[in-house]
Design a binder for this molecule. Sequence first.
Ligand code: ZN
Length: 434
Amino acid sequence: MADQLALDEVVEFTSGLIRIDTANRGGGDCRERPAAEYAAERLAGAGLEPLLLERAPGRTNVVARIAGTDPSADALLVHGHLDVVPAEAADWRVHPFSGEVRDGVVWGRGAVDMKNMDAMILAVIRSWARQGVRPRRDLVIAFTADEEASAEDGSGFLTDRHPELFEGCTEGIGESGAFTFHDGSGREIYPIGAGERGTAWLKLSARGRAGHGSKVNRENAVTRLAAAVTRIGEHRWPPRLTPTVRAALDALAALYGIDAGTTDVDTLLEKLGPAARLVEATVRNSANPTMLDAGYKVNVVPGEAVAHVDGRFLTGTEEEFAATLDQLTGPDVRWEFAHREVALQAPVDAPLFARMRTAVQEFAPEGHVVPYCMSGGTDAKQFSRLGITGYGFSPLKLPAGLDHQALFHGVDERVPVTALHFGVRVLDRFLRTA
Ligand SMILES: [Zn+2]
């Protein structure tokens, strides 16, 4: 069991990490180094020899290895990112970088995404050092920079330049999973991440004939672009069920006593009620127009118009996704990938998944564990290039009324102390046996 000091330290570390402003605006001005040093000092205090690694000054990553008792076992990667998305202090009830602990709740940017998990990892590892615990498998602990932007200075850099640090790692756990989802009728569901949709950020360009805004113009770039953007935004993508999404739907259907086999996906989602939120974004691909840019004066038709679209695709559908975009954009609009990341798929019948399930159920016996696919992406995408199968497992027991999904990147991000204690206990239990 995690000791009392571990329960105290997880709160102290979550708060301490939040107080280090690692807001990542994507322009390369984030400085994770103080947070990396904070984590490294605490790993060193547990007798480990953490490495600090940077591609760019101040964009620091931390990696350490704990030797397992079974040298023939594959290693397990345990990772968390150190950067956070920015926060507008004026919108918050508590200053986002205060790390204030008020009425049993830790407040601030990163409280759930994901300095909480970083703190849990540190607290567990340090309690093991005090108790003389060694895990069965080698554990590789990685705290990364730059997850909230391109990952180029973080997990991308680590996998490209330091693959040797991850030698023997076949599986990994990281962001987003095993949190409490309240279905509104008293059930607690713990979704464990076993897949991620791929990322396809698109740039659309329409060309046309520039000219005076008062003249006839049938080759107007703005009109062409707007039509393509509307077609994309209104497109109804067909369901495409990956094994993880199928398993998620089956598990949820069983929980609610619905016969999933004969029901079409959209009807099933309706029947699932609030729990549909766990799967609705991952039963199909998506493409949301998000940015428009054209023109410089109201009476001048510009020669070009540009839009950006946030596309996400499921494992095995990338060609279909591209063909659909060709159709929707039509002959007058070109599209290209501005940024692309792979989709991930992890087996839900793996022994590791069963161990995660057991660890959650030990401390949340009333909870229902289900697999789920994440609608967006995490560092697991980068680590997958090293052959590491990634799961989303950052356990948190949240009270009803605290919406985990809304806290991610949200205003008043916060985490109850009891949720952190649950996380430490589950993580401790899981990592000992993983
Ligand atoms: Zn995150």
